[in-house]
Design a protein around this ligand. Structure first.
Ligand SMILES: Nc1ncnc2c1ncn2[C@@H]1O[C@H](COP(=O)(O)OP(=O)(O)OP(=O)(O)O)[C@@H](O)[C@H]1O
Ligand SMILES: [Mg+2]
Length: 398
């Protein structure tokens, strides 16, 4: 095709559930664009950073399709999203497309010339929009809050939290890292790190309105690595002495005191967890490789979607990935509608490390799980700091 060099097809994604439409598009572009059946698949490419421009095809030129497409641009402000709508599309849909912040609407079926033109104009609109939007910035002195959650007990949250925190401490400045145990009834962070806390979060909570960072500092225990630990109450009954508001206030204070705040959580999707998630910059969502875990994860993620929780904060991590559960990673990703960012294999060294009270990244740094925790930690460190709650709301695609 003579004019095919007019634009760079790499990074261009076309989504349409209709096979014929996809086939025609493939022919027009001589197979050079990435074709997907659903917005969920495009979402995955966007999250992985493999998509620069997403054309949403004519079958999705409906109000629902536009809503899904706009969630794509919310996912990554750098991605250009264009609706390719048939000429006879309802005005209502066009208005919705413009209102919801899509970068352009072009006529379907797509032609090379139309795409070249659309790319130029969409880039212009996009640049204006992105430049006009206030850059979400955190004050320089604020750290990153990393929350480890799972939708089922025993998935490996504490193992992940303690190993990631230990690596963050080792790779950075140990006393700039704190691990907070938000499993207020049965938290075992202090136990698995072999620290003997003189005080716990209950002491901080008792201060109420008077609590300040100086006092909070005195409540923290210190791990042998130098990192700090905010221990859970010593007895389950004391959990009631730490109201959710107080806990989130404490997280906010820790964020100002440390570079990294790693929060280990209890296995229930309750008010407390939701409040902590709101305060988090990155959420490590641990999915154990068995059917009940995947089922629960799906339900929990659906709940978060309904609550408009930003998908771009979540990193799915698979635990016991080599287990004999016969679950397919692709299937899990499709079912959960998010990519798996890292996987930690099942290994007998892990229960042993828990019993010894030494994170595996310290006791067996060359082991496979330790290497996997290094991947997880890099993901956490590299993840962009998403907008805070007050900034533009970013949502899941629905
Ligand atoms: N990849 C793994 N290989 C082998 N054992 C593992 C692995 N991950 C976790 N375990 C074991 O599973 C058990 C539960 O792990 P962990 O305590 O981290 O889960 P949790 O999600 O924090 O549980 P809870 O919901 O009770 O807080 C531990 O004994 C741990 O050693
Ligand atoms: Mg735990």
């Amino acid at each position: 095709m003579s004019n095919q060099a007019d634009f760079d097809a790499e990074g261009i994604v076309f989504v349409d559930p209709d096979e014929d439409v996809r086939r025609q598009t493939k022919e027009v572009f001589e197979g050079r664009v990435q074709l997907f059946e659903s917005i969920a698949e495009a979402e995955r490419r966007v999250i992985q950073g493999d998509a620069d421009v997403v054309f949403v095809g004519p079958t999705l030129a409906t109000l629902e399709g536009v809503a899904e497409a706009s969630a794509l641009s919310d996912l990554d402000a750098d991605v250009i999203v264009v609706l390719a709508a048939p000429a006879e599309v309802a005005g209502e849909v066009l208005r919705a497309a413009i209102r919801s912040g899509l970068d352009d609407v072009v006529e379907a079926p797509l032609t090379i010339a139309a795409v070249t033109e659309a790319l130029k104009s969409a880039e212009r609109t996009h640049r204006r929009r992105v430049e006009a939007a206030p850059e979400p910035r955190k004050p320089l002195n604020e750290g990153k809050v990393i929350t480890v959650m799972a939708a089922k007990g025993g998935s490996g949250k504490t193992v992940f939290a303690s190993n990631v925190a230990t690596l963050l401490a080792r790779w950075g400045t140990p006393d700039r890292v704190v691990i907070a145990d938000a499993d207020l009834q049965f938290g075992d962070v202090a136990l698995v790190l072999q620290v003997d806390p003189k005080h716990t979060v209950v002491n901080a909570a008792k201060e109420g309105e008077r609590l300040d960072s100086q006092f909070l500092e005195t409540v923290l225990a210190t791990h042998s690595s130098g990192m700090r630990v905010l221990a859970a109450p010593l007895e389950p009954a004391f959990a009631d002495e730490v109201p959710t508001m107080t806990y989130t206030k404490i997280i906010g204070m820790l964020r100002e005191m440390f570079d990294y705040v790693v929060v280990d959580t209890a296995p229930s999707l309750d008010e407390r967890l939701l409040a902590i998630l709101d305060k988090s910059d990155v959420v490590l969502f641990v999915v154990d490789m068995d059917l009940p875990s995947v089922k629960n994860a799906k339900l929990a993620l659906e709940t978060l979607r309904i609550l408009n929780y930003p998908a771009n904060k979540i990193r799915l991590v698979l635990n016991r990935s080599n287990s004999k559960a016969r679950l397919d990673v692709d299937e899990i990703e499709r079912s959960l509608r998010l990519p798996i960012s890292a996987s930690v294999p099942s290994d007998g060294l892990l229960p042993a490390s828990i019993n010894e009270g030494i994170p595996i990244v310290e006791s067996h740094p060359k082991s496979k799980p330790a290497k996997a925790f290094e991947d997880v930690t890099r993901i956490v460190m590299e993840s962009r700091q998403p907008a805070q709650e007050t900034q533009k709301k970013r949502r899941f695609g629905r």
